[in-house]
Design a protein around this ligand. Structure first.
Ligand SMILES: Nc1nc2c(ncn2[C@@H]2O[C@H](COP(=O)(O)OP(=O)(O)OP(=O)(O)O)[C@@H](O)[C@H]2O)c(=O)[nH]1
Length: 823
């Protein structure tokens, strides 16, 4: 198959009916036919073989269709269908040269290709030139009759008429004027039209409905070439602006856009070859569908690999891109407008449907990037919100006011960001992302608010703890009749003060009333629980408190001075008072009385445990107090009973000690002999007494002895030493006395034996150390027993003890002087 036999003409369909796709595409590319849209015309020529068709086209359109060499005889030169660009004619015009009809080469009966090519020309061309010999007009056996029959018959196979212009070109015009020839020709045409069998739908359809019939005549090319050329030149003028209204093809219908010409021609030829009827409207839609889809796909492919788009997509992966919407809109707009311009001449419905499809695919492609952009925006705005809120709170702004201001500004920031990210081509809904941001902001606000409130609550709880714990503990330590009243008062006062301050502090949070009430109640409950907890703690050590209370009352007089057991005290009454005080303390600690409800716990305890009143049943043989709910019970009646037993046994010793101390005191103060002994002494010692009185020396001796005794009595604090018992007094006194006496005795013995040895330096050191120890021991009388044993040991073995007596020291120095003199 020859693609191009000569310059500018292309074989579209070869003699065997093969469509030259490559050749047509090449023709379209080289002539830039695709860009013509609907602004083009196709002119085909039909006629008997060797009737000068190619010659006419070549002269008319300056084409180069192959012509027969006149000197070699008439034979078929054009095989199949050829096309060529009619240079110089506007709009873009394609000349189509068809294989001649009634050709001897195919035989008389082989009209298949003739019919197929005729139908093809009628489906494609806007103007069909019917080439005919002048002498055939009005002839019964004219060569053009079968041709016209064919044209009319195949035309019926088109579903809708295209208003093709049939231009009859009468060749080798005679002298007969055209005015005479044309009516005869039209009559011939009409006759043929009338006899052609038509489908029922077109039975009465006039010829003019299907065709515009035009007639022209040309002189013989061979005989009157110049005239021929002149007439052809005039005819050429009719092809300028042929598609404009009033032009040769001004009424044409169903034009396929130039960019779909190749596909359309192929499809039409395929349908014709399959011997099917041609539904041109459906064909037009089909061509539009295929072509628009091709255009849309091509645009989408180019968009997918567009450098600007890829750069934008990559940039948005890692962060928010400024001017995202503007950039993306511009990229999309490029491809959508290209589609529009290329698909503009195709069927509108198809074109719009395919555009929507292209938009949808393109938007699907770019949507993730948009969502990424929104995601970055949402994250950025949320972070800004957090830092702004923190800053405002740091600056001391109220929580609700800060939250409101930050939320407003951040949502506005998000809206601006959304507007920046939005594209013209889609009305993407950012409301879900906005809602998510709002939810995140609300959640953050809630968590910050809860944290701040918790902090505030903790601060006030700590304050309450400081204000309540120690005072309550102190009140329990001094438990008495008014303890619970004082605790209630303290609790009420501190709680209400704290609640008032707390209310003011949380006012900036703009909480609803129930929440505020609930928080205040929480604070009150906390304070109450603090007191309850403290009460339970104190109740846990009630025995110690009772013993302290007992000891305080028992060991101190009414003026809170330590009691000295002189024998005049009524230990029984004091014990009873002390126990009663302890029992009252137990009664105070037995139950929580924060609700000001009276109870009989103290009465029950006093009557059952102190007064020993026996009632049946025993009110203390129970684990609950009457009128006191279990949750307010700190010490049950039965526990009270057991505690009382333990308390009594543990305080017994103190009482016994007091009694012993009292007896010892009595004994120590009762040093006079019995009266009968005094009388006997007076009677029997009267003479000696008088002697003493009469002798001033004796009297003076007695007086000195008295003074010495008194001095020792005071110095050694004899009554004080005996205050802790007789034994302790004796030990203490003897510890002071005994070493001196022992030393004295030893020294006397040594002197008597004359074995006195000089003092060594070591002994002198010991003497100094001992003196220091004595001084310390005098400062610390509590360790007197231990000191006494130590000092006695030292005194016995060490002669330096005697230096503690000035007399002995003096005596020693005399002795040393005597020894030195004798040496
Ligand atoms: N008598 C006469 N002969 C002509 C005219 N124009 C061309 N011819 C001659 O007719 C012969 C055939 O010319 P073509 O132009 O090849 O005819 P055709 O119809 O294209 O032939 P096919 O393509 O084979 O059907 C040539 O020898 C031409 O010189 C004309 O106007 N009158």
């Amino acid at each position: 198959m020859a693609d191009t036999d000569h310059c500018c003409s292309t074989q579209l369909i070869d003699g065997d009916g093969e469509f030259n796709v490559v050749g047509l595409d090449n023709f379209m590319r080289t002539t830039k036919f695709s860009n013509c849209g609907l602004s083009y015309a196709v002119v085909a020529i039909m006629g008997p073989q060797s009737s000068g068709k190619s010659t006419l086209l070549n002269h008319l359109f300056q084409t180069n269709f192959r012509e027969m060499d006149a000197y070699r005889g008439r034979s078929q030169t054009t095989k199949g269908i050829w096309i060529a660009h009619c240079v110089g004619i506007e709009p873009f015009t394609i000349a189509m040269d068809l294989e001649g009809t009634d050709g001897r080469e195919r035989g008389e009966d082989d009209t298949t290709f003739e019919k197929q090519s005729a139908l093809f020309a009628l489906a494609i061309a806007d103007i069909v030139l019917i080439n005919m010999w002048c002498h055939d007009i009005g002839r019964e056996q004219a060569a053009n009759k079968p041709l016209l029959k064919t044209v009319f018959q195949v035309m019926m196979r088109l579903f809708s008429p295209r208003k093709t212009t049939l231009l009859f070109v009468i060749r080798d015009k005679t002298k007969t004027p055209l005015e005479y020839l044309e009516p005869i020709l039209r009559e011939d045409i009409q006759k043929i039209w009338n006899v052609v069998s038509k489908p029922a739908a077109h039975k009465d359809t006039p010829l003019s409905e299907f065709f515009n019939v035009e007639v022209t005549a040309l002189s013989s090319y061979e005989e009157k070439e110049e005239l021929f050329k002149e007439q052809v030149a005039q005819l050429r003028q009719r092809f300028f602006n042929s598609i404009s209204p009033g032009g040769l093809a001004g009424d044409r219908r169903g034009v396929v856009p130039a960019s779909g010409f190749s596909f359309s021609a192929q499809q039409i030829w395929r349908v014709i070859k399959e011997n099917k009827d041609l539904d041109l409207p459906a064909h037009k839609v089909m061509v539009a569908t295929v072509r628009c889809e091709e255009i849309a796909n091509e645009k989408f492919c180019r968009l997918s690999s567009d450098e600007d788009w890829l750069a934008l997509e990559e940039a948005v992966q890692s962060g928010s891109v400024s001017g995202f919407g503007r950039r993306l809109s511009s990229i999309l707009e490029t491809y959508f407008s290209e589609y529009d311009s290329e698909a503009t001449y195709f069927d509108e419905d198809v074109r719009n449907a395919k555009r929507k499809h292209l938009e949808s695919k393109a938007l699907d492609l770019v949507l993730p990037a948009y969502l990424n952009q929104l995601g970055h925006l949402r994250f950025k705005v949320l972070e800004n919100f957090k830092s702004r809120l923190e800053q405002m709170l740091k600056e001391g702004e109220g929580f609700a006011a800060s939250a409101h201001a930050c939320t407003e500004s951040c949502m506005h920031e998000f809206d601006l960001g959304c507007a920046d990210a939005a594209i013209k081509q889609a009305n993407w809904d950012a409301s879900k992302v906005r809602e998510k941001l709002r939810r995140d902001i609300d959640a953050h606000l809630l968590s910050v608010r809860d944290a701040k409130l918790s902090e505030l609550v903790a601060r006030y709880e700590e304050k309450l703890r400081q204000l309540l714990c120690e005072p309550v503990e102190s009140l329990f330590d001094a438990a008495g009749r008014d303890t619970w009243a004082s605790i209630r008062k303290l609790l009420r006062r501190e709680t209400e003060t704290a609640a008032l301050e707390f209310s003011t502090a949380i006012s900036s949070f703009e909480l609803d009333q129930p929440t505020i009430e609930s928080m205040l109640q929480g604070l009150r409950d906390y304070a109450r629980n603090l007191v309850v907890k403290k009460a339970r703690e104190e109740a846990g050590k009630v025995l110690i408190l009772m013993k302290d209370r007992f000891s305080t009352v028992f060991s101190h007089d009414n003026e809170l001075m330590p009691r000295v057991w002189t024998g005049k005290e009524d230990i029984k009454t004091i014990t009873k008072d002390a126990r009663t005080a302890s029992l009252r303390l137990l009664a105070v600690m037995a139950a929580i009385r924060l609700d000001e409800k009276p109870d009989k716990i103290e009465n029950i305890l006093l009557s059952s445990l102190m007064e020993g009143t026996v009632t049946s049943p025993d009110p203390l043989a129970s684990s609950t107090w009457e009128e006191v709910p279990p949750e307010n019970t700190l010490i049950t009646p039965v526990q009270c009973k057991s505690l009382w037993r333990q308390f009594k046994s543990e305080t017994e010793y103190t009482v016994t000690q007091a009694i012993s101390a009292q007896e010892a005191y009595k004994r120590s103060n009762n040093w006079l002999p019995p009266p009968w002994a005094i009388v006997a002494m007076v009677v029997l010692g009267f003479n000696e007494f008088m002697l003493l009185l009469r002798n001033p020396l004796y009297l003076m001796f007695l007086f000195v002895a008295f003074l010495l005794s008194k001095a020792m009595w005071v110095q050694m604090d004899v009554p004080g030493q005996f205050q802790h018992g007789t034994l302790a007094g004796l030990i203490s006194i003897s510890s002071r006395f005994l070493p001196t006496v022992m030393n004295l005795l030893k020294r006397l013995a040594e002197e008597a034996q004359g074995h006195r040895t000089p003092e060594s330096p070591r002994q002198q050191e010991s003497s100094v150390a001992f003196q220091s120890f004595r001084n310390q021991s005098q400062l610390n009388p509590t360790s007197s027993i231990a000191q006494s044993s130590v000092s006695s040991n030292v005194s016995v073995s060490d002669s330096s003890v005697e230096y503690s007596s000035p007399n002995l020291m003096q005596r020693r120095s005399t002795k040393v002087q005597e020894a030195e003199l004798s040496q």
